[in-house]
Write a protein that binds this ligand. Structure first.
Ligand SMILES: Nc1ncnc2c1ncn2[C@@H]1O[C@H](COP(=O)(O)OP(=O)(O)OP(=O)(O)O)[C@@H](O)[C@H]1O
Ligand SMILES: O=C(O)[C@H](O)[C@@H](O)[C@H](O)[C@H](O)CO
Length: 151
């Protein structure tokens, strides 16, 4: 897609990762500075009109607004800016199975037991215009759908 990519997990301070590893959900105090850092990272691309993709669990509208404010022309409360969101949408059973497999392979710090706390927080308002893509499709199909939507 000819743009830079960031994984939000790479921006968590060690204290956040240690907390999650112990099975303790993050609080807003843990998340807000992390989201502000992510917003600053996005802004570095957006100020020079470069496209950038961030993979991030921005579960709530207020978290997404911090990322929306990375748009140099952001108007508080507006949904019309350049920052767009895509939800990789799957049921809790699919997500649990994937997380358990990933954790068992020792590939990730996030234990599957934290899934329910994440789903409890997930809030997607239709008015936000977020693209929902079925995350059980193949990765290539998912990319094609997103690419077509973004163009
Ligand atoms: N479209 C897909 N089809 C089948 N398996 C998938 C698909 N997408 C991801 N997975 C699998 O699901 C697991 C979680 O994927 P991944 O680690 O990329 O998720 P993530 O979005 O980065 O999650 P997190 O937000 O927890 O970091 C991985 O084991 C991955 O192989
Ligand atoms: O805000 C949060 O609670 C965290 O960002 C989590 O969402 C994890 O980092 C992620 O799910 C693991 O990849």
């Amino acid at each position: 897609m000819n743009c830079s990519f960031h994984d939000a997990d790479d921006y968590h301070p060690p204290s956040n990762k240690e907390k999650m590893q112990k099975g303790i959900p993050l609080s807003d105090e843990d998340r807000i500075p992390w989201l502000e850092t992510l917003g600053n990272t996005l802004r570095e691309s957006l100020v020079s009109e470069k496209s950038v993709i961030l993979a991030c669990s921005a579960l709530q509208r207020r978290y997404r607004d911090i990322l929306r404010s990375a748009d140099p022309n952001y108007v508080a409360g507006s949904l019309a800016g350049v920052v767009k969101f895509v939800l990789l949408d799957a049921g809790s059973e699919v997500l649990a199975a994937r997380l358990e497999k990933r954790a068992a392979e020792g590939k990730h710090f996030m234990p599957a037991e934290l899934l329910q706390s994440q789903l409890d927080l997930l809030q997607i308002d239709e008015s936000e215009g977020i693209l929902k893509v079925d995350a059980t499709l193949s990765p290539q199909t998912i990319v094609n759908i997103i690419y077509t939507w973004i163009l």
